[in-house]
Write a protein that binds this ligand. Structure first.
Ligand code: PHE
Ligand code: ZN
Length: 869
């Protein structure tokens, strides 16, 4: 494999507008694997026929990456006049239909990129999306070439007792010398990126599901034997997801088996291979001892997500990778709606919006900004982004908001119906939505082509009996898109009567143009405006809401999401002013008082359940605060935010301690009430930790010692990690000893130290990268240490620039081993333009140092070059 081979020339820019159908169809492929950890022989037989819709060609180009053909035959006759072009194999092909046989040999154990066929913990598994199949076999590795797959694999029975692939198991048997074989057939035509194979020593939790049409499906969650006790939640989530997709979208499963395999070495969260989903262990394994409530939720969400891809992704797939949001945006929306039905709508929405704002908004306002349907790329792996996924989901959610749930369902039914078995485009989705849901999405299509988060300025005027709302939208320039057109923006809003605290009904207005003025009659007094309720559009609202209005909405808005928004706006306004232009003593006092009053109400409101109370207690993150400023000083933002916490801890200390002790009395359970209690418990603790540190360390140590579950234990250790106390060291050692055999928990141990508020966090990270358990070969471990660190502003943005250097060193060390993962660490450095000049220069210098390194991967090179601009 050419894992570390230097790139000789600038990788080509691939453009959406250059799409051409492939000249050949490949209706069938037969794959035969002779399995070995460091030598696997692959024999592939492709049935090919001319594609009437493609250009006529007298050759066929089969993509390859690091492969060389051992044997090639066409229609049974050996062929020698093939040619290699870059990694691709080009064969002469004169007739209209042929059978091509190619044999290749690969070394899975040398595959550290974790793309293609690789070894993980003694087992063999594959990852093919986006372009990994070409590391296994020569093939037109593009999503618009759909084939039925027949797979035969043979290998040692002791090494690989379990042999899995897509579709249905059709035959298996023993062969000589302790070897055995299995044959699988997938009746559903699919692109190569959905191919999967697993061979290893695994055991399954098994169950069954009967579909709405009466099909009996065998379900299996495959793991290493010692992990079996931690698979119940994944299985329960799978069954709920299967039922939910029938109820909410009318989608039924279409094979006799559904297999999930958990692997410890995986670049992403999980993969929707047809009938054989492969998961990062992080999104499968859970029990109360080792997984937090957040882990339980994430598992349910990811299991749902991958399962939902069976229709939005597999039955209807993408024509080309520019259409990635067609499957990802839609599937994220589907998993959000699924989780919301189970977790509660407002809490789930608040969490999803928090992610959007802290990850996607910065992406959309930085050098890597791109539309949800990009126009060009060099390396597609770099476009599995929060924009394609999360903003993509928001765009489809807006269609749902405008159409209403029933018409939206009619639209998705039509989409699935029209395009089942096809490789479709975003445009196909939008057209189906127009025809099925009865929407006119003419200018709405701009959401697919324009990058950047729209800003909407809001003014509310009051005269006589009329309130007049003026809305103006502005879509900021982004790389390659200097000028933008207005986009339709659906806004749910309500006008509250200040005296009664009620409103006459929520309205949905769609801001179509750059500007609109809307008059509302019947308001003797100036109403209080609640706008973009439920986050009906992924925009940022700019308005001068008075503190009183925000306190009013934070206490009384009947939309739980809007209530949390008002609370956030109050804090954001204060902190941005404090960390930006600065506040005079009286403004500061008034701001703090208003926040303390609102937070006190949150702590005491008996109508709130604790899960929602917890959401209302979360302060806006530093990345999102920085996003509100043209140029941010991360040091000041951090000091102001911590200062506010400290002040609130002093002001509301008794109430926080009362809350902590009330919550501590609730016994462990997985229901809403107990989960809510755990959430507010740790939040109360983290406020208190900003105040009287000694008392907080004692309380945290007590929470740690009393913990009978990971949520409480991790929460306590998180607080302790930020404090300089003996209890910190003791409990860190205890945690490590308790969990040293569980990689996922040791990941938490690395993360907690890298994320910590401790002033020496950066020194801790430097020590941890030398720790015996740290390795660049495992993406979870790398992310546990370095993503946590890059997301820890006070440490990453250390004034000396040492934090930037640590991340740049990582990128350079990791790039030859795992380019995809290495490239994901570039964006934190890419934010330099929005950071104060001193740090910006240091960040830029690190990017330049990376850019100058020889032999950089296509992945990292593209991200670094875009970041330097
Ligand atoms: N398609 C996967 C998902 O979103 C993500 C993924 C992409 C996994 C590329 C691996 C590699 O569900
Ligand atoms: Zn997905």
């Amino acid at each position: 494999m050419a894992d570390a081979a230097p790139e000789p020339k600038e990788p080509p820019l691939i453009r959406r507008e250059d799409y051409r159908p492939f000249p050949w169809l490949v209706p069938e492929i037969v794959l035969d694997f002779d399995l070995g950890l460091d030598r696997t022989i692959v024999r592939s037989t492709l049935t090919v026929a001319r594609n009437a819709r493609g250009d006529r060609a007298d050759t066929i180009r089969l993509n390859g990456d690091g492969l060389s053909p051992r044997r090639v035959a066409i229609d049974g006759a050996p062929v020698n006049d093939w040619a290699m072009d870059e990694g691709d194999l080009v064969l002469p092909l004169a007739g209209d239909a042929h059978e091509i046989m190619i044999e290749t040999e690969i070394d899975p154990s040398a595959n550290s990129q974790l793309m293609g066929l690789y070894a993980s913990n003694g087992m063999l598994c594959t990852q093919c999306e986006a372009e990994g199949f070409r590391r296994i076999a020569f093939f037109p590795d593009r999503p618009d070439v759909l084939s039925t797959y027949r797979v035969r694999m043979e290998g040692s029975r002791t090494q690989f007792p379990v042999l899995l692939s897509n579709g249905n198991a059709v035959a298996h048997g023993e062969s000589d010398d302790g070897r055995h074989w299995a044959e699988w057939h997938d009746p559903w035509p699919k692109p190569s990126y959905l191919f999967a194979l697993v061979a290893g020593d695994l055991v399954a939790r098994s169950d069954r599901f009967t579909t709405m049409g009466g099909r009996e499906v065998a379900l299996n969650v495959w793991v290493r034997e010692e992990d079996l006790p931690r698979t119940e939640h994944a299985m329960e989530s799978l069954k709920r997801a299967m039922k939910w997709d029938e109820d909410a979208f009318g989608r039924e499963y279409d094979l006799d088996q559904f297999n999930i395999v958990a692997v410890g070495d995986f670049n992403m969260g999980a993969m929707e291979n047809k009938g054989l989903n492969i998961f990062n262990t992080k999104y499968v394994l859970a029990d109360p001892e080792t997984a937090t409530d957040g882990d339980y939720d994430a598992i349910e969400g990811v299991i749902g997500h991958e399962y939902f891809h069976n229709w939005s992704g597999n039955r209807v797939t993408c024509r080309d990778w520019f259409q990635l949001s067609l499957k990802e945006g839609f599937t994220v929306l589907r998993d959000q709606l699924f989780s919301q039905d189970l977790q509660g709508e407002a809490v789930k929405r608040i969490e999803d919006v928090r992610v959007l704002r802290s990850v996607q908004f910065p992406e959309d306002s930085g050098p890597l900004a791109h539309p949800i349907r990009p126009d060009s790329f060099r390396e597609i792996s770099n476009f599995y982004t929060a924009t394609v996924y999360n903003k993509g989901a928001e765009v489809i959610r807006m269609m749902r908001t405008m159409a209403g749930p029933e018409a939206f369902r009619a639209g998705t039914d039509l989409y699935f119906d029209r395009h089942d078995g096809e490789a479709a485009t975003c445009e196909d989705f939008v057209s189906a939505m127009e025809d099925g849901a009865g929407l006119d999405l003419g200018t709405f299509r701009r959401w697919y082509s324009q990058a950047g988060t729209p800003k909407v300025s809001v003014e509310l005027d009051h005269r006589g009996n009329t309130a007049t709302l003026t809305l103006r939208q502005y879509v900021p320039p982004t790389p390659g898109q200097p000028a933008k057109q207005p986009m339709p923006i659906p806004l749910r809003l309500a006008l509250f009567d200040r005296a009664s605290g009620t409103h006459a009904g929520e309205q949905l207005i769609v801001l179509e143009d750059a500007e609109a003025t809307i008059a509302f009659d019947g308001f003797a007094e100036r109403p209080v405006l609640s706008i973009n309720r439920g986050f009906s559009a992924p925009i940022s609202i700019e308005r001068q809401a008075s503190r009183d209005d925000l306190v009013f909405l934070a206490a009384r808005d009947d939309d739980a999401f809007a209530r949390a928004e008002a609370m956030q706006e109050l804090v954001v306004g204060h902190l941005v002013a404090a960390a930006g232009e600065g506040l005079d003593a009286s403004d500061r006092q008034q701001g703090q008082d208003a926040i303390a009053e609102a937070l006190a109400a949150v702590l005491e409101d008996s109508r709130l359940d604790d899960l929602m109370r917890g959401e209302l207690m979360v302060l806006p993150g530093e990345a999102y605060l920085a996003e509100q400023m043209l140029v941010a000083d991360p040091g000041r933002i951090h000091r102001e935010r911590e200062g506010l916490k400290r002040w609130l801890a002093g002001e509301l200390g008794d109430r926080l301690r009362t809350l902590h002790s009330r919550a501590s009395a609730v016994p462990y359970a997985l229901d809403r009430k107990a989960r809510g209690a755990r959430k507010v418990k740790t939040l109360a603790l983290s406020y208190l930790a900003a105040g009287d540190r000694e008392a907080a360390a004692e309380l945290a140590a007590r929470q740690y010692d009393a913990a009978d579950n990971m949520t409480d234990r991790q929460g306590a250790l998180m607080a302790l990690c930020g404090l300089d106390s003996a209890a910190r060291t003791d409990r860190l050692i205890d945690f490590y000893r308790r969990h040293r055999s569980n990689a996922l928990v040791i990941d938490k141990w690395f993360s907690l130290q890298a994320m910590s508020l401790h002033p020496a966090a950066i020194e801790h990270v430097k020590a941890l990268r030398e720790h015996q358990d740290f390795t660049l070969r495992n993406p979870n471990r790398v992310r546990a240490l370095y993503m946590a660190f890059a997301g820890n502003p006070h440490a990453f943005h250390t004034e000396s620039g040492e934090g930037y250097r640590l991340v740049a060193d990582l990128i350079l060390d990791l790039d030859p081993i795992n380019a995809q993962t290495a490239a994901r660490f570039v964006p934190p450095l890419g934010r330099w333009r929005r950071i104060e000049p001193g740090r910006a220069a240091l960040m830029r210098a690190e990017l330049e140092r990376i850019a100058a390194a020889p032999g950089l991967s296509r992945d990292t090179r593209e991200q670094v070059e875009r970041s330097l601009g």
